[in-house]
Design a protein around this ligand. Structure first.
Ligand code: HEC
Ligand code: HEC
Length: 376
């Protein structure tokens, strides 16, 4: 009897003390699974998956040559060697438009398609002041888009518009190998493209005005291979206390319900990606994040169209290295967030309760969460 109670006390003590010392697998494993790059010298977001064989590495290098054309993909998907001079947006932004299709979706404008020339849309910023319940103030900024008047006259008055910055291209082959319901797309800020190949074709046509069939088919295939096999950078400081605490805050605040820590790849035609377990922090699905992030009409009012309000949960791997790679810090689909904290404060809609928990947390809990996110 006595002895039994003793054991029970020990067990309870351990449940309390040991909980903090058993880190979740997404802290102890490498985020990109076997593809994770360790040492990152030079170009952090353009390294080959670590477990490619020699033939794979050679193919990656050939694809990189196609990608690295300074007037091509690299002109927008920069890698720390380029600097944007355009605006204080992240480099390489595009401007998307759409029209309500009557079913909650967005259709192409019959005259202008899905994209308009970013040089005809001025981006300025309006500041939004706020404060944490503990009194600490914060300042957010929202983009104000001004379409040049000649184009504005010709656009449908109901058009919705958004700026989109280029997402980092990390671990895309892994994300592509995750099983999703038939027909579900996964790439782009709204999960509009089903595969790296389809997104690459779209980029050639819409972003570069190049007919994909004019490219050498071998070059195109190497480019797609390259884009699929870019390594995920290794997280840093995952054995430090603030990062560990931050990881459990991430789970307890409900961030992980959308930013799913762990996914598993199906069989992939690329052996290095086959059946890998990895930690991208996304569910690859779209969510309504509220008015604040919704695409807007030309006068800046948020659209009520269901699709205009939805965004794909972006992967969070590489988050802590984004500023050094992009040159400017820009988070969220339009780069409005200058810090990770600003990105959290813009969450609304389905993510309102996660935002509220962050807002009401103590300063040190917030710092722990930011330490975890910055480690990625
Ligand atoms: C004009 C700038 C620009 C150029 C040039 C460009 N991209 Fe992009 N890319 C973007 C933007 C912006 C997005 C986000 C689009 C969206 O969500 O609407 C994107 C998205 C992507 C994605 C999806 C990533 C993800 O996480 O979902 C891939 C893959 C991609 N681009 C590959 C390429 C390749 C390959 C090339 C060269 C053939 C290229 N891009 C050229 C700006 C550009
Ligand atoms: C309901 C789903 C959902 C929840 C819950 C959620 N997020 Fe997000 N998160 C998203 C979506 C969707 C976006 C993209 C929004 C956009 O780009 O406009 C996003 C964007 C982000 C970004 C910016 C990433 C980038 O690449 O720019 C960060 C950082 C982030 N979330 C962190 C968090 C944290 C931390 C929590 C918990 C406090 C959280 N999120 C809770 C869905 C969610």
């Amino acid at each position: 009897m006595r002895r039994g109670r003793h054991v029970l006390v020990l067990l309870v003590t351990c449940a309390v003390a040991c909980a903090g010392s058993t880190p979740p697998s997404f802290l102890t494993d490498r985020n990109g699974g076997p593809t994770t790059a360790r040492a990152l010298r030079g170009r952090p977001f353009h390294q080959a998956a670590r477990n490619l064989d020699n033939a794979g590495l050679a193919r990656f290098a050939r694809g990189a040559e196609v990608f690295d054309d300074p007037t091509g993909c690299l002109s927008c998907h920069v890698d720390g060697t380029e600097r944007s001079s355009r605006t204080d947006l992240a480099p390489g932004h595009i401007v998307r438009i759409g029209l309500d299709d009557g079913n909650g979706g967005l259709a192409a404008d019959p005259n202008f398609g899905l994209q308009i020339d970013p040089d005809r849309v001025a981006v300025s910023w309006r500041t939004v002041e706020g404060a944490f319940p503990d009194g600490q103030a914060y300042t957010l900024r929202r983009p104000v888009l001004t379409v040049d008047s000649e184009l504005a006259r010709r656009l449908d008055p109901d058009v919705v518009i958004s700026v989109r910055i280029p997402p980092p291209l990390l671990g895309l082959g892994l994300l592509e190998a995750v099983h999703l319901p038939r027909g579900a797309a996964r790439f782009g800020w709204k999960a509009e493209e089903p595969s790296v190949a389809s997104q690459t074709r779209r980029a050639l046509i819409a972003d570069l005005d190049i007919d994909p069939s004019s490219l050498d088919p071998g070059d195109l295939a190497d480019l797609i291979y390259y884009t699929r096999t870019i390594a995920v950078p290794v997280a840093r400081g995952t054995d430090t206390e603030p990062v560990r605490r931050g990881a459990s805050v991430f789970e307890s605040f409900g961030c992980a319900s959308c930013h799913s820590p762990t996914l598993v790849a199906d069989a992939s035609e690329i052996a290095a990606l086959d059946n890998a377990t990895f930690h991208p922090f996304t569910d690859l699905r779209t969510h309504d994040l509220g008015d604040g992030l919704a695409e807007t009409h030309l006068d800046g009012t948020p659209s009520a169209n269901a699709t205009a309000r939805r965004w794909r949960t972006p992967p969070l791997w590489g988050l802590g290295r984004r500023t050094e790679v992009q040159g400017t810090a820009g988070f969220l689909h339009d780069g409005r967030a200058r810090t990770i904290e600003e990105a959290i404060l813009w969450h609304g809609g389905e993510a309102s309760s996660a935002r509220r928990r962050y807002l009401h947390a103590s300063r040190s809990t917030r710092q722990d969460l930011l330490a975890f996110l910055g480690s990625l």
